[in-house]
Write a protein that binds this ligand. Sequence first.
Ligand code: NAD
Ligand code: MG
Length: 305
Amino acid sequence: MASNNIRSTDLTNPSENPADKHPKPPFPSKPQDVPGTEAAMDPQADHGEKTYKGRNRLAGKSAVITGGDSGIGKAVAIAFAREGADVLISYLDDVEDRDAQDTINFIEDAGRKAVLVKGDISSESHCRKIIETAVASFGKIDILVNNAAYQMSRETLQDIPAWEWEKTFAVNIHSMFYLCKAAEPHMLPGSSIINTTSVNAYEPTPMLLPYAATKAAIQNFTANLSRILLENGKGIRVNAVAPGPIWTPLIPSTIPDHDRFGEDTPLERPGQPAEVAPAYVFLASDEASYISGATIPVTGGRITI
Ligand code: NAD
Ligand code: MG
């Protein structure tokens, strides 16, 4: 009988409600210096270390992920490796060496090649070095994830130094141009570029004026580049992911009231990096072959229309 096949659902099971799946604020978290580290996070973030199950969706591919040491980039690196991809991760600072090494261990545990490149992506020559290292290590690049970013909270317009305005654009959007330009000749048809934007592109936070402006620029860059790299016959898809509030070292190092971070979403909690990574896997996979110029919001229900 058909009715015997219907799975019985426990309507009271809290683990199936996304609101209850991860910790809710207030958090005991303490402020950190930029760029922040995973070890100093309280509570610790979830990058899918114990939960992400790969299904060979990126078998034989190789990926470059900026900011792959921590936060969203780390969860994406773990997921990509478990889906069968070799991964190069780039990161900024000596203080992040431990986070980067931890990510490397997860990539290697998945049986994939892992490569680390440390340095500042606001320099075009460093971006070229990242791409050259990936090509020397893997022979090609199938997936470029432009994910690293800088932000700082400032109360007023007068509080924003000109150097910080320029640095925010240099790290967040100039680097995407440098990396995409250097990578294009090494990307075959079927490859894809995924840029991390933000809910701030749609709903800018006054304390993050320069950052929000870079995220809006990334949306426009993504849409336009997606046309260029399909219409020129290269067959490279370009998409974006727009996270809402996600619990990463960026937050306690740059947001003053981070103990309440994410409480203002419909789910009343921040997302965990593990909850963002599947969007990158999908966009990078061949299942997304008809998707280019799109942005997937991962915002805990905050609306981006
Ligand atoms: P994170 O601090 O874990 O990752 C950012 C990484 O960027 C750092 O690990 C750092 O190594 C790297 N980085 C910073 N400046 C750099 C530079 N000059 N050169 C090279 N690398 C540099 O934080 P995250 O939240 O995982 O951030 C990842 C992306 O997600 C960013 O683009 C951020 O804007 C975006 N995002 C985050 C949130 C959030 O709430 N956490 C929300 C929306 C968008
Ligand atoms: Mg980091």
